[in-house]
Every structure is written in C-alpha cells, then in structure tokens.
Design a protein around this ligand. Structure first.
Ligand SMILES: Nc1nc2c([nH]c(=O)n2[C@@H]2O[C@H](COP(=O)(O)OP(=O)(O)OP(=O)(O)O)[C@@H](O)[C@H]2O)c(=O)[nH]1
Length: 138
C-alpha cells in the first residue's frame, strides 16, 4: 500500500467577497496574527463539521459583527505557504445587516475592483483578484 503519511490535508479556508455599491470589502489582518499586516477577504478556517457557508457566516459575525447572505462560489484556490497548504473557497456574498466593527480585524476598506492591486493582499488571493477584475472592472 502507498505510504501517504507525509501527505497533509490543506487547511480549509472560507473567504467572503462582499460587493456593495460596486466596491469590495477588504479587511486588514492584525499584526499579531500569522501573515499579519496583509489585507484579505474576511473569513477564516472552516471548522470540522461546518459547511463553508455556515463557517463564513460565523466568521463574519466574529470578525465584523455583520450578517451576510452567501451566494455562488467565485473561485477555489490552492496555495502553499512556508508553514503549510491552504484551500480557499471564495464565495460571493451580500451584506444583509449590521454595522462593521473591528472585532478581530485592524481595519477595513471598500475597494473598486480596478484598485485591488494597490493593496498588499495575501499572495494566495491573486486568482480571486484576477477573477474579480475580469468580472467587474469597468
Ligand atoms: N480569511 C482569509 N484567510 C486567507 C485569505 N487568503 C489566505 O491565504 N488566507 C489564509 O487562510 C488562513 C485563514 O486563517 P485565519 O487565521 O484567518 O483563520 P481564523 O480566523 O479561523 O484563525 P484562528 O482562529 O486560528 O486565529 C490564514 O492562514 C490566511 O493566511 C483570505 O483572503 N481570507
């Protein structure tokens, strides 16, 4: 039998692409977190037994105190960081209710698709940004 003992599952991550008035929400990772100081799409690790949609709604409540409706899957990204692999599921979401609070983020910004590359966004998110620019840029 093949020895798969050195093959580790990627960390499963959900990310929300929230569009509001033609802009997309980015959040800033706190300095004390892994890859702190980079911008990202809000979200986080999917916990055992959670659907990606449920995990996204939980993460957005925990990080920003907002409620979202989770729509279609926009992009799936596999990326290897020095510390391990991630599989990111990025969903289109709409903002349902709540006012953004910085509960677990350092900052947030609403960004037009054509300006996304002005931000230091986590490298794994490049395919998501390309997809957004193809789909929505003027
Ligand atoms: N939320 C989010 N995570 C991303 C994105 N791109 C990306 O590479 N990641 C990576 O996916 C992982 C998500 O973990 P996280 O640290 O945000 O999740 P979490 O809030 O559940 O973490 P914790 O509770 O363990 O601190 C991080 O390693 C992060 O670097 C993105 O756009 N959004």
């Amino acid at each position: 039998m093949a020895d798969n003992s050195n093959m580790k599952q990627p960390v499963h991550v959900c990310a929300a692409v929230i569009r509001h008035q033609q802009k997309i929400l980015l959040t800033l990772r706190p300095e004390d977190k892994k890859l702190g100081g980079f911008w990202e799409f809000p979200g986080g690790k999917i916990e055992a037994g959670e659907s990606p949609q449920y995990a996204l709604q939980r993460e957005l409540r925990e990080e920003l105190d907002i409620e979202v409706t989770v729509g279609a899957l926009l992009e799936t990204v596999y990326h290897s960081y020095a510390w391990g692999d991630v599989k990111i599921l990025a969903y289109l979401c709409s903002w349902k209710s709540g006012v953004i609070k910085h509960l677990e983020v350092s900052d947030h910004s609403w960004v037009a698709p054509e300006n996304l590359l002005d931000y230091d966004i986590l490298v794994a998110d490049q395919p998501i940004i390309r997809k957004l620019q193809e789909t929505y840029a003027n």
